[in-house]
Design a protein around this ligand. Structure first.
Ligand code: AMP
Ligand code: GLY
Length: 426
């Protein structure tokens, strides 16, 4: 079968790399992809939001399954468009992707389904939100734009001034545009975070092993929020008992509530969890694989990913055998451009990729890269490479990943040095 992956990040390179290992996969296309997906599979120069061109391509190239990576096209209705064209596609419909695309929809659904999550209020105007903050005694809150804001629409505040500033920036200055038309202010939860992802066809739920992301830019979780500076899997913080609890109290009730809301959810249900003193609580839902969590997850998954995703798209997940995993943990270190998550330069040549590729137990997934006119791999984004490795223990996986990082150079390249340290000693 020919397969099309839509998107251009490290997640999409990992999806393409893993699906290409399926004995059932013939040609694996990535649209638009990056330098790495172009080397391992075949890139197609069509943007992820150009639905008509993607549909034409899928029809002309006998694509049997299309897998959507990022949230933007999902929220824009790409799955509905493919289904209308009679094409098989993995991912939630526009109505189901609201679970990620509207934080207010998500909070209301969770409240209705009794799923543990932070207390919250919603606001249509910044003035109402400021009035609420002025009346509230404890202003250690989190201010969120309702809509999609490339993972940046959340401001965790320590006092009232910070919260009011966030409300004004999101709700008045509209730094995230329309996403800030409505606001959520919620209780600030304390604890460690974990990502629990599950594949679902709307009735059967197949939970993946837990992972942990590292969102702040610098070591020790300091600095500005990013799209994720590294991840590891499994996260020992979330043991089997907690996974079972999350399935029962979070995943199952959410899937049922989506069914009741006439928005059956098919795709990846990603629960961003906070392990609080009162038990696990949902921070957010995403409607897709996490990036970078997807990279260490797929490095360890032994089950045929094409079988798994096609079964979900067909509504036949109940026929899939229990997932098989490499018992070795995996660690993914994000190498970023100088200046990220602020302004950064593009087009810098990357050296050492061949040396890194020779190391055992390592896979370098590309994120923000492309080939220049000379066929040389150059940077083209803020998060540039996702260096992923497995090892007998989490410490050895970490060592393997950083050994590969050392081989790779470009002007200003940097990474966090402490990815997975939180897992050690658990
Ligand atoms: P989200 O996009 O909702 O995952 O938020 C991004 C990050 O903000 C999360 O990974 C958390 O670190 C933080 N966050 C979101 N909601 C809360 C909350 N209620 N309490 C504390 N931190 C939060
Ligand atoms: N790693 C966080 C996300 O994908 O939203």
């Amino acid at each position: 079968m020919n397969v099309l992956i839509v998107g251009s990040g490290g997640r999409e390179h990992a999806l393409a790399w893993k699906i290409a290992q399926s004995p059932r996969a013939n040609r694996v296309f990535v649209a638009p992809g990056n330098a790495g997906s172009g080397i391992d599979c075949e890139n197609v120069p069509i943007d992820a939001d150009n639905f008509p061109a993607l549909i034409d391509f899928a029809k002309q190239n006998q694509v049997g399954l299309t897998v959507i990576g990022p949230e933007g096209p999902l929220a824009g209705g790409i799955v509905d468009a493919f289904q209308l064209a009679g094409l098989k596609v993995f991912g939630p419909t526009k109505a189901a992707a609201e679970l990620e695309a509207s934080k207010i929809f998500c909070k209301e659904l969770l409240r209705g389904a009794n799923v543990p999550s932070a207390e919250y209020q919603t606001f249509r105007t910044a003035a109402d939100a400021v009035r609420y903050l002025n009346d509230r005694e404890d202003a250690r809150v989190v201010v969120k734009a309702d809509g999609l804001a490339a993972g940046k629409g959340v401001v965790v505040c320590s006092n009232r001034d910070e919260a009011i500033l966030a409300v004004e920036q999101i709700g008045l200055e509209k730094i995230f545009g329309e996403a800030g038309n409505r606001l959520v202010i919620e209780e600030r939860l304390e604890g460690q975070e974990a990502s629990v992802l599950a594949i679902t066809d709307g009735s059967t739920i197949v939970t993946l092993q837990p992972a942990q992301d590292h969102k702040p830019a610098f070591d020790g979780d300091e600095g500005p929020n990013t799209g994720g500076m590294g991840a590891y899997c499994p996260a020992p913080l979330v043991n089997d008992e907690i996974i079972a609890w999350i399935e029962e109290h979070v995943l199952v009730p959410t899937v049922h509530a989506m069914q009741r809301a006439k928005r059956p959810f098919r795709g990846v249900l990603y629960a961003g969890m906070m392990m609080t003193g009162q038990g696990p609580k949902v921070l957010e839902f995403n409607a897709r694989f996490g990036d970078p969590e997807c990279q260490p997850l797929l490095m360890r998954l032994k089950t045929d990913l094409l079988d798994l995703l096609e079964a979900a798209a067909d509504g036949k997940l109940d026929a899939i055998a229990p997932l098989e995993w490499d018992p070795r943990p995996a660690v993914c270190v994000v190498m970023a451009a100088k200046g990220y998550p602020g302004h950064y330069e593009k087009g810098l040549p990357i050296r050492g990729l061949e040396e890194a590729a020779k190391l055992a137990d390592v896979k370098v997934f590309h994120a923000g890269t492309k080939l220049d006119e000379k066929g040389q791999v150059v940077t083209s984004g803020g998060r540039v490479l996702n260096v992923t490795a497995v090892g007998e223990s989490i410490s050895i996986a970490k060592l393997n990943a950083y050994r590969a990082v050392k081989q790779i150079r470009w002007d200003g390249a940097w990474c966090r040095k402490d990815i997975s340290d939180k897992a050690v000693g658990k």
